[in-house]
Design a protein around this ligand. Structure first.
Ligand SMILES: Cc1cc2nc3c(=O)[nH]c(=O)nc-3n(C[C@H](O)[C@H](O)[C@H](O)COP(=O)(O)O)c2cc1C
Length: 366
């Protein structure tokens, strides 16, 4: 067990973290949210299963202001693995409707992260001991990834360079998936534009070697990503918030810098993004790994100084760190592994009178 895994929420009380925040017409009761985390447990059609209902249901009872359902592919070839959730058919819609409804009924706000994996797709699930280290063979359901340039992620398949037709198809998939997410009842939508997935690949000069209008300088490299955000916005209602997960930098020589990402975040905000959610690195296994507590939140002040509402995830494991993060660094935090280990982490961190915060079904436990 890692050191982080042995840490638990301490008894400090954070105040600003528990105040509400309004994103467009959505009122979120607090600023501590479940970070999207793939469960690799979709059924054979990419739809949510009983596992998702139980997993997200427990976390919806656990005091977080929003529950972000894991990265959900906008097309079959935009999933990372065959266990990923998808949202590209009517059949998948019904399972998402049930999941969003369960999260709301149990006590949180249902939110969804949509993703397009690009070159970092078609690999094994983490527990089969391959993960992103080797491509999924066609006989096991693998497929040909596409990306901005024929530059692979580590030993995964070399992606096919995206054509104009591929781009148009992906934009259509994004718009359709956003429409499905609304119909399923999700109240907030996040798009995964970090960790080496398609949007990040277009932005980074290390993955985008194109010489056409989708490549070249930062302006060119952000052209398709901006189209992606506009496509999502056109399928997603005006009154609902759209968040974008972005790296604060590539953490690699020759990669995206914080200055680049400040420009990108400003342009994305102008295109309809209501909040950026910082998650840096992972463009390739060579990217430096941040290991300090609150590492992504530490970039927050620079983004907020540019007028961008900013959230972050990354090694927030103890309640007192909420006070360090909010309001000084970021507007909200997304907590991942601490809430995988303990669905009630946020309730414990809040440390309020149990009858005011815990589900009424549990009051006799106190
Ligand atoms: C099992 C697992 C699955 C993850 N899946 C996703 C995902 O679907 N989308 C995403 O943006 N990040 C994903 N992440 C990253 C987390 O959302 C989070 O940003 C990261 O774990 C750092 O936060 P933490 O230190 O609080 O865990 C995943 C992390 C884990 C551990």
């Amino acid at each position: 067990m890692t050191e982080a895994a042995t840490q638990t929420a301490s008894t400090a009380t954070a105040t600003a973290a528990w105040t509400g925040i309004r994103l467009r017409e959505l009122s979120v009761p607090n600023r501590v949210w479940l970070s999207p985390m793939c469960q690799y447990s979709a059924d054979e059609y990419g739809a949510p299963t009983d596992w998702h209902l139980a997993h997200y249901g427990a976390r919806a009872a656990g005091g977080v202001g929003m529950v972000f359902v894991e990265c959900t592919g906008v097309a079959p070839d935009m999933r990372t693995t065959t266990g990923d959730l998808g949202l590209y058919t009517e059949n998948q819609l019904e399972g998402h409707r049930r999941l969003a409804n369960a999260i709301r009924t149990i006590g949180s706000i249902p939110a969804l992260q949509l993703g397009a994996a690009g070159r970092k797709s078609s690999h094994g699930v983490p527990w089969d001991n391959t993960g992103t280290r080797s491509p999924l063979a066609p006989e096991n359901g693998g497929w040909q990834p596409i990306g901005p340039s024929p530059v692979p992620f580590a030993d995964l398949a070399v992606p096919a360079e995206m054509t104009a037709a591929d781009g148009a198809r992906v934009l259509g998939d994004l718009e359709q998936a956003a429409r499905y997410a609304h119909r399923a009842g999700y109240e907030a939508l996040e798009f995964h534009g970090a960790n080496g997935y398609l949007l990040h690949e277009f932005l980074s000069p290390l993955a985008n070697h194109r010489t056409d209008e989708w490549g070249g300088d930062l302006e060119g490299r952000m052209r398709f990503p901006l189209e992606m955000v506009r496509a999502l916005r056109s399928g997603w209602p005006e009154d609902k918030p759209l968040l974008l997960r972005l790296p604060a930098e590539d953490l690699m020589d020759g990669g995206l810098t914080v200055e680049d990402m400040l420009q990108v975040a400003s342009r994305m905000t102008a295109a309809g993004v209501d909040m950026v959610d910082l998650s840096s690195g992972a463009l390739s296994p060579a990217a430096r790994r941040l290991t300090e507590p609150l590492h992504n939140a530490a970039y927050g002040p620079r983004f907020r100084a540019a007028g961008i509402r900013t959230a972050a995830s990354g090694l927030l494991t103890e309640a007192h760190q909420l006070d360090e993060a909010i309001p000084g660094l970021v507007d909200a935090v997304l907590v991942g592994r601490a809430i995988l280990r303990d669905p009630y982490w946020a309730l414990r961190a809040r440390n309020a009178e149990p009858r005011e915060s815990w589900p009424k079904q549990y009051h006799r436990a106190f």
